[in-house]
Write a protein that binds this ligand. Structure first.
Ligand code: NAP
Length: 290
């Protein structure tokens, strides 16, 4: 006899929720789906999922509920019609949101007699189920242990962060903080190259190496922050400060809008004014913290 896989209900079948439900189906989990707009779950029904009209029925179909809607508020609004159905079940969220929202939502769920685990998936829908895909979770260890194997269907790198239910939201914000600045830097570089009539694709191998260099420096910079010893990196605030004029000149010459540099330049000027010119660039952490 084949072993029965844990039945799972996925709330929210947008881009990410659809990929999650697909992965559960592919791994042989009895999968129930519910979406505010039912037509968006239709393809999953064709692939073998069950889709009750009533969210209460979707909740009672499984002991494990995975919610992946736009926000905690969206999930709370959806569950408002679920009555007592949550009692005795486990709800795991994989949406984005602030740590405060995560804590409030965790309280709301536990008040309704359900266990809660707050999670985040650090990748795109196409990466769901791949061995390298990272998901992390905060909440009761016993809940994580009970469902860790099931969660590994969604990605091979499943991490427990600790007992507080908002830890995934907190790490999501902290780790995700690099995304927009890094992307803006890439777009700016693309604008500079294309302003000269060069193909942006020529830049990709060099930008990739650049990111690898940054990656290799993260442990040392974290060490500098943790110890407050800003002497080891070998790239000083002063060197970055001296480059401010180059950025401004390149912006003028290329016609590329570099106004997003202004607050970073201001930070560098303040750091130099505070006497940090000889410290490594990591010392900017001290200004952000203040
Ligand atoms: N896509 C990614 O690359 C990615 C990566 C990591 C994390 N995430 C996170 O995953 C979550 C879902 O993202 P997504 O890409 O799947 O977004 P999406 O394609 O826009 O889907 C949003 C989902 O939320 C539902 N929803 C929104 N407002 C609702 C409300 N008030 N009541 C009930 N349901 C509501 C939508 O239902 P309807 O279909 O009825 O509108 C849909 O199921 C987000 O928190 C996102 O930050 C996404």
């Amino acid at each position: 006899m084949t072993e029965q896989r844990t039945p799972v209900t996925v709330l929210g079948t947008g881009s990410m929720g659809h990929a999650l439900a697909e992965a559960f189906l592919a791994a042989g989990h009895p999968t129930t789906v519910w979406n505010r707009s039912p037509e968006r779950a239709q393809a999953l029904v064709a692939a073998g999922a069950v889709r009750p009209d009533d969210i209460g029925d979707a909740i009672t179909a499984s002991r494990l509920i995975i919610a992946c809607q736009t926000s905690f508020a969206a999930t709370r609004a959806s569950l408002a019609d679920a009555g007592e159905a949550l009692r005795g079940r486990t709800l795991i969220t994989l949406n984005s949101g602030t740590p405060t929202d995560a804590r409030e939502f965790a309280d709301w769920v536990t008040e309704r007699g359900a266990a809660f685990l707050g999670g985040a998936i650090k990748n795109v829908p196409a990466a769901v189920g791949l061995p390298d895909t990272l998901l992390y979770f905060g909440g009761a260890r016993s809940v994580f242990d009970e469902y860790a194997d099931t969660l590994r269907v969604l990605g091979g790198d499943v991490v427990y962060l600790g007992a507080e239910p908002d830890l995934a939201a907190l790490y999501e914000a902290a780790v995700g903080a690099t995304l927009l600045p890094a992307l803006l830097g890439f777009f700016e570089g693309a604008a500079v190259l294309t302003a000269r009539g060069l193909d942006v694709r020529t830049m990709v191998p060099y930008t990739t190496k650049w990111f690898q260099m940054i990656e290799s420096l993260l442990p040392l910079m974290a060490e500098e922050i943790a110890t407050g010893d800003y002497t080891r990196l070998g790239s000083s605030v002063g060197v970055f400060h001296a480059g401010i004029g180059n950025d401004e000149q390149l912006g003028t010459e290329s016609g590329v809008d570099m106004s997003w540099h202004a607050p970073m330049h201001e930070l560098l000027r303040r750091a130099v004014a505070e006497g940090r010119g000889g410290q490594s660039i990591t010392a900017l952490f001290e200004l952000l913290r203040n």
